[in-house]
Design a protein around this ligand. Structure first.
Ligand code: NAP
Length: 312
């Protein structure tokens, strides 16, 4: 019998109780699940975690925990926690990935087809300007991890002219791929639509600033469902005001909820979505959590382990 501490809040517990118990039963794992801080933290084997209000911040007493299993894909709130000495696994949930693919494809098509022009047409203008084909539209993806890769697969199926950028080299890709600081200008300068799917780490903060935004083609559109800290907001607003960028669709922000007075809310060239691009789905993510517990109990390596030094 193992002991799990569900440290992800009551609201999450209401959604996860059924799927988690079902997944444990299917994996034939007997577990006691605690939903409140235990009197004796040393009895806990695994912590299932989400950074909700009042979330656990001191992992020191959980001496016997074998892994902290995050329900979130982004772990920027956990990775820098110096009390965390246990392995940390982030969420790679097929349901979440599917949601992100749908969000990105929808917003890329909106920009590519110029859909807004026909939705907001107060003067009933009859301007017959057919959009180019997807094969003639360049889309750049910053961050070719789990989500970036799934997104490129979907956009490739629509024939978009794709390129990508990441931290490490990736040979043998079916598209132009650039990496590291030296490769960023090459990616940006060919991206009429830029999708950012980067984690929040010390190295990604402020990557899109006045200098790098200027590398984008004039009138490019930006879609950011990764993390808000990647963008210098002041530089982005300046680029939109000057017409250098035509639109920004933003799902994530430096501060969330986005303050009601923030210029993004009023800006005619900004679409704000409230961090809804892709949610972790209890049914599929419970299976991921339980699979990691099963693997660990069987002496196998944990999946999706975070490199705490890198922060993702
Ligand atoms: P992932 O698999 O860890 O991929 C991260 C990608 O970013 C990798 O390709 C990595 O490059 C690249 N990267 C990291 N640091 C970099 C740097 N300094 N320079 C260049 N590239 C860098 O993560 P994921 O599952 O795709 O998720 C990406 C992010 O999406 C998450 O961290 C989370 O913040 C965000 N997210 C948002 C939502 C939402 O609803 N808005 C939902 C889920 C996730 P390498 O491949 O070279 O390592």
């Amino acid at each position: 019998m193992i002991t799990l501490f569900f440290a992800a809040g009551d609201d999450n517990w209401n959604q996860y109780e059924g799927p988690l118990i079902l997944a444990l039963e299917k994996a034939k794992i007997s577990a006691t699940i605690l939903t409140k801080s235990p009197a004796n933290p040393e009895t806990v084997d695994y912590i299932i975690y989400a950074p909700v209000a009042g979330a656990l911040t001191d992992f020191t007493p959980y001496r016997n925990v074998r892994a902290v299993l995050s329900l979130w894909a982004g772990v920027e709130k956990l990775a820098p926690n110096k009390t965390l000495r246990q392995p940390l696994c982030r969420m790679v949930d097929p349901g979440l990935t599917e949601g992100m693919v749908e969000y990105v494809v929808g917003h890329v098509l909106r920009q590519h087809l110029g859909i807004d022009r026909y939705i907001i047409n107060p003067n009933h203008d009859w301007v017959q300007k057919c959009p180019p084909l997807a094969r003639e539209r360049s889309v750049g993806i910053m961050g070719l991890g789990t989500l970036g890769t799934a997104v490129t697969t979907a956009l490739r199926a629509l024939n978009f002219n794709l390129s990508a950028w990441g931290r490490s080299p990736k040979p043998d890709l079916e598209m132009p791929y650039f990496h590291g600081a030296d490769g960023l200008e090459a990616l940006l300068s060919r991206s009429e639509i830029l999708v950012t799917l980067l984690p929040d780490t010390p190295d990604t903060r402020g990557l899109l600033n006045a200098q790098t935004i200027a590398y984008l083609p004039y009138g490019a559109a930006l879609i950011n469902p990764g993390r808000g800290t990647v963008i210098d907001d002041v530089a982005l607003l300046a680029a939109l005001d000057q017409g250098a960028l035509s639109h920004a669709t933003l799902d994530v922000f430096h501060q969330e909820p986005l303050p009601k007075t923030h210029r993004f809310w009023q800006h005619p060239k900004v679409t704000v979505t409230p961090h809804i691009a892709a949610d972790t789905r209890p049914l599929t993510s419970s299976r991921v959590v339980v699979e990691n517990i099963r693997r660990d109990q069987a002496g196998l390596a944990l999946l999706h382990q975070v490199d705490l030094a890198r922060g993702y």
